[in-house]
Design a protein around this ligand. Structure first.
Ligand code: SF4
Ligand code: SF4
Length: 300
């Protein structure tokens, strides 16, 4: 267990939205997609990044002399071209204004943290969830962690955007109890427009998992004007009917996390325009999937 795993900000303990029961979620850093509605933008880059919260910063400048790159300015802002995300500044900020997203940790260090809550997993039917970013981008580390989790009889979920080599999915089948599989759009051109990649590999991987008989919760993020229209929902439903799915989760867009774009020094170009479908439209979509025989939930 020597490979390092690059995590996002933290492990999430006592998570109840990343699979059944009470879970610990491991966020791998790095994702092949760039969804315009992403509420975890700190998980997109494969490199460590500095999050700087100007609202928490008192401009005391305690951090300034500790930056080896001279990246911190006299107004306590950060020159992103100089910053190497070393984390020295965050160690010296008393106000929590500076945090590093992405730290290397070995599976051997991580595993005890996953096992610590075993009693809660057992009582609630929970376990561990590997999420991201895209966990299958880190297949060797994922395999080590998931196999060790299974050796301790933990329930293992993999939360995936589906964009990874088919071979990685084949390997993950050996130790994954449940896949939380996101599907963003059925039209390849629109998928590319909104996420940066087309959907061919994603649809093929979803078919591969279904043909193998994997347990799959299909998760549909729903954004008004992007993928909640009748045409896309009909196409999604038609495809879903050809698969073996345990559950369908409808995930209406929410704006939580948009402030992280500013903290990463990135412009939030689309945030203001994004909206969830209306409650009536959401219920209509739920009814369509439920009427087709799917165990369908809003949220999850
Ligand atoms: S130490 Fe923290 S609060 Fe003080 S200037 Fe630096 S970021 Fe701001
Ligand atoms: S993370 Fe390192 S390089 Fe970046 S501003 Fe802080 S101390 Fe400087």
């Amino acid at each position: 267990m020597t490979q390092p795993v690059s995590l996002g900000l933290t492990l999430q303990k006592f998570s109840i939205h990343d699979g059944p029961g009470i879970r610990t979620t491991v966020f791998f850093k790095g994702c092949p997609l760039r969804c315009s509605w992403c509420h975890n933008p700190e998980s997109q880059s494969y490199r460590a990044e500095l999050l700087y919260d100007a609202e928490k910063c008192t401009q005391c400048l305690r951090c300034l002399p500790h930056c080896p790159q001279q990246a911190i300015t006299a107004s306590a802002a950060t020159d992103r071209n100089l910053c190497r995300a070393c984390g020295e500044c965050s160690d010296h900020c008393l106000h929590g204004a500076r945090q590093i997203a992405g730290r290397a940790i070995s599976p051997a260090e991580l595993l005890p943290q996953l096992l610590a809550d075993q009693v809660f997993y057992e009582q609630s039917g929970g376990g561990v969830t590997f999420s991201g970013g895209e966990p299958l981008s880190h297949i060797d580390v994922l395999e080590t962690l998931a196999q060790e989790s299974k050796r301790h009889r933990l329930h293992v979920c993999v939360d995936t955007c589906g964009h990874a080599p088919a071979e990685s999915f084949r390997r993950s089948l050996r130790y994954t109890d449940l896949f939380l599989f996101d599907l963003k759009h059925m039209d390849p051109a629109k998928h590319r427009l909104y996420t940066g990649q087309d959907n061919r590999l994603i649809l093929a991987n979803l078919r591969l998992l279904s043909d193998f008989g994997a347990n799959i919760f299909l998760r549909l993020p729903l954004i008004e004007g992007i993928n909640a229209d009748s045409e896309n929902i009909a196409a999604t439903l038609a495809f879903a009917k050809t698969l073996r799915l345990r559950q369908v989760n409808l995930l209406p867009y929410h704006a939580t996390g948009r402030s992280k774009y500013a903290r990463l020094g990135r412009a939030d170009e689309t945030g203001e325009q994004l909206k969830p479908p209306t409650p009536d439209r959401l219920e209509e979509i739920r009814h369509q999937f439920a009427a087709a025989g799917f165990d369908t939930h809003i949220g999850g």
